[in-house]
Design a protein. Structure first.
Length: 333
């Protein structure tokens, strides 16, 4: 799910940080109302223990796992089932260089788990240095590679009983990004719902979901689930999220002092875990998409604590770009 709190403490998906989701963003393209920008971030190097304790940390030879499937799912009719999917596969590293293939699929196949679809981009180079290597394909633009992590949060304050000092732990951290510029006509005729996921080959054929998410920091609540429930959540589909409302509500009663009735109401806001997005309106999390400068942490803290904590005193990063791919260059170039 979208977060920055996995790692050796709670485990990377399948033990591989390249499968680990951090954040999903969706916002109208600046200066062009007919297009949208979708950002899927994975493979965090944001943990101070990552290099020390995990051999597949930020120094891993490949930014993206070549055996994996990376997906952005789009629900166009409000039933929490994907009607469109963008699928990314990556080559093995050859001479230190990976390439990417982007496919688009619609209908019943979009709700499934395979690597089929119409190829939109093939052989796109993955960026590993400071320069963003962008691939144009008709109405689409594509980027994949290491970037400055746009997430901002006082992480140390979070683990210190929410005693925030305004120290942005992520100010100098990197992440691996997939950035798509898509025509709004390719998203559907009205508001859509978005989520992202990673998949790996299953024993005996097919694919198995490694992780999924849409809303930032909901890992806090998922960690409160039992081991079996947590696995079911991470491997599940938004359309089935109603089964987790009671568990989320219980956690909210504890963290925010909600009454049982109010806790269930708020849990119903958080589930199904989908990011709503209407490309005809400005992005503003949590109501509509998520811009790179939206303070999603403050919104989550207010919800988690029932308004007792409303911010961590940290603001957006200053290295964002005014043009595609919008995320700043990596710190470790």
């Amino acid at each position: 799910m979208s977060h920055h709190y996995s790692g050796p403490d709670w485990g990377f998906p399948r033990g591989d940080p390249r499968l680990d989701l951090t954040d999903l963003y969706a916002f109208p393209k600046p200066g062009d109302a007919g297009k949208s920008i979708l950002v899927m971030n994975v493979h965090p190097s944001a943990h101070d223990y990552l290099d020390r304790e995990n051999p597949l940390g930020p120094t891993a030879p490949e930014a993206f796992a070549p055996e994996a499937l990376y997906e952005i799912k789009i629900d166009t009719n409000g039933d929490a089932v994907a009607d469109i999917a963008y699928r990314m596969r990556f080559s093995s590293s050859a001479g230190g260089v990976q390439t990417a293939t982007l496919r688009r699929v619609e209908g019943a196949q979009a709700a499934g788990a395979d690597d089929s679809g119409q190829a939109i981009v093939e052989g796109a180079p993955v960026s590993t240095g400071l320069e963003a290597r962008v691939t144009d394909a008709g109405d689409y633009r594509f980027f994949a590679g290491r970037r400055s992590d746009p997430f901002f949060f006082d992480r140390r304050g979070a683990v210190n009983n929410l005693q925030f000092t305004g120290d942005d732990f992520f100010a100098d951290k990197d992440v691996c990004s997939i950035v798509l510029e898509v025509p709004n006509s390719a998203l559907g005729p009205k508001e859509v719902g978005l989520w992202h996921r990673t998949l790996v080959p299953a024993n005996g054929g097919g694919w198995i979901q490694a992780e999924r998410g849409a809303r930032p920091l909901q890992l806090f609540l998922v960690l409160g689930l039992s081991g079996a429930e947590r696995d079911a959540y991470l491997g599940g589909e938004p359309a089935n999220d109603v089964r987790f409302v009671a568990a989320f509500a219980h956690a909210l009663e504890h963290t925010g002092g909600y009454t049982p009735q109010e806790a269930r109401r708020v849990a119903g806001i958080m589930l199904p875990e989908i990011l709503p997005y209407d490309p005809t309106r400005p992005a503003s999390f949590p109501e509509n998409g998520r811009a790179l400068t939206d303070d999603a942490v403050d919104a989550f803290l207010a919800l988690l604590t029932n308004g007792k904590v409303t911010g961590d005193k940290v603001g957006p990063h200053r290295d964002l770009l005014a043009e595609f791919p919008y995320l700043g260059p990596p710190h470790n170039g």
